[in-house]
Design a protein around this ligand. Structure first.
Ligand SMILES: [Zn+2]
Ligand SMILES: [Zn+2]
Length: 389
């Protein structure tokens, strides 16, 4: 059973929605027009049980199956927000908002979930309840976490939850997934190393925080190479270094460094945080400096439940013929993780073909993936809540 025939018919319409969203990107929680667009389409499909303002600007819509003897409730989630990037695709439907762009394909995710909602509302060929979740602020704001805090899982009695992201560099409309951690926990740190400023010609009368910071930066690389089990995954990246002076002849008072720690396992996450603090503190001390450490835990790892990964893979294989069930984890983060912390479920990748990677100004979601993506969402509902069971 390949792509559902209905999506061949609605492909052009869904592509139209996707391109409209692409032209009108919004950031973080400020997705008011996008949420309104979603709500308008859902109402056109005849869906009346719609709640807005969940997690500030999230939208939740309920579609009842023809019957409900199963008592099951399956949640399907898409993200709605764009990125602060200036688009460089030159497409006719390029962003109309300077400095904002759908560079992660969330326009495609939202359009595909709308397409699935249209089909499910039309056919209702399932025994139970499907809950459509449209969330704001995936790109750093934790919109998924805010929707969970607003009672998403309990208010709608969601029992399983599924999400999807496009993957550039993988064939269009093909699927990849893995059980366990698929995406990383993303933590952030700011390290401020303070010495004593002075004249660059008299370093012996100052305490140079540059030297301490340089040693700290190098020593942090021993977390991955020496502290963590080589068969486990960790990334420690120092991304920005700032001095409190731009002068050629001044030893600064302090240096700040900021960066990120990415891990897949909870124990590695704890270890990396502890080692980062210890190394920074003691290395600064060894150079007569002090260290102020701000370490903030961001999104948790996105962990696919074993059984739900199988369900998701079976649905994907029914559409694409086959599915890669052992795709390597990605050290980027994803706030669908907060939903997966609350309920069993799975997150699947759908191929976006050749072209620029996500978060690049030349990126574009491939509309040819739409029928497969919509079919997968619909299959999850029909397979998990079959009418004749
Ligand atoms: Zn992104
Ligand atoms: Zn994304």
């Amino acid at each position: 059973m390949p792509i559902k025939n209905r999506f061949a018919e609605t492909h052009a319409e869904i592509t139209g929605w996707r391109r409209h969203l692409h032209m009108h990107p919004e950031l973080q929680f400020d997705v008011h027009e996008t949420a309104q667009f979603v709500e308008d389409r859902l109402r056109e499909f005849g869906i009346t049980d719609i709640t807005t303002g969940i997690g500030q600007t999230g939208v939740v819509a309920v579609i009842k199956g023809r019957t409900d003897t199963s008592g099951r409730v399956i949640g399907l989630r898409a993200d709605m927000d764009a990125l602060p990037i200036h688009e460089a695709t030159g497409l006719e439907y390029a962003s109309t908002v300077r400095g904002k762009m759908h560079a992660c394909g969330h326009d495609g995710h939202t359009a595909m979930l709308l397409g699935a909602a249209q089909y499910l509302a039309e056919t209702r060929n399932f025994d139970g309840t499907a809950v459509m979740i449209f969330q704001p602020a995936e790109e750093g704001g934790g919109g998924g976490r805010e929707m969970v805090k607003d009672g998403l899982m309990d208010r709608w009695n969601i029992q399983e939850v599924y999400g999807m992201h496009n993957m550039p560099g993988y064939p269009v409309g093909e699927f990849a997934i893995r059980a366990g951690a698929l995406l990383a926990a993303t933590d952030e740190f700011v390290l401020t190393i303070t010495g004593q400023g002075g004249h660059a010609a008299a370093p012996h009368e100052a305490i140079d925080p540059n030297i301490a910071a340089a040693h700290v930066m190098l020593a942090l690389q021993s977390i991955a190479s020496r502290a963590v089990d080589p068969l486990k995954n960790v990334v420690v990246s120092v991304c920005a270094v700032h001095s409190d002076t731009d002068a050629f002849n001044v030893i600064p008072q302090s240096i700040s460094m900021r960066g990120t720690v990415r891990t897949l396992d909870a124990d590695v996450r704890d270890l990396a945080e502890a080692k980062l603090k210890q190394i920074t503190d003691l290395t600064a001390q060894a150079h007569s400096c002090t260290a102020d450490i701000v370490y903030e835990r961001g999104y948790p790892a996105t962990v696919n439940a074993e059984l739900n990964t199988e369900y998701a893979a079976e649905a994907a294989a029914s559409i694409a013929g086959s599915v890669d069930t052992n795709t390597p984890p990605i050290m980027a983060g994803e706030d669908f993780s907060y939903m997966l912390e609350e309920r069993p479920g799975a997150y699947i990748m759908i191929g976006n073909g050749d072209g620029a990677t996500v978060h690049h100004p030349a990126y574009d979601f491939d509309d040819e993936a739409i029928p497969a993506g919509c079919s997968w969402f619909a299959e999850m509902v029909e397979r998990r809540m079959p009418i004749d069971a």
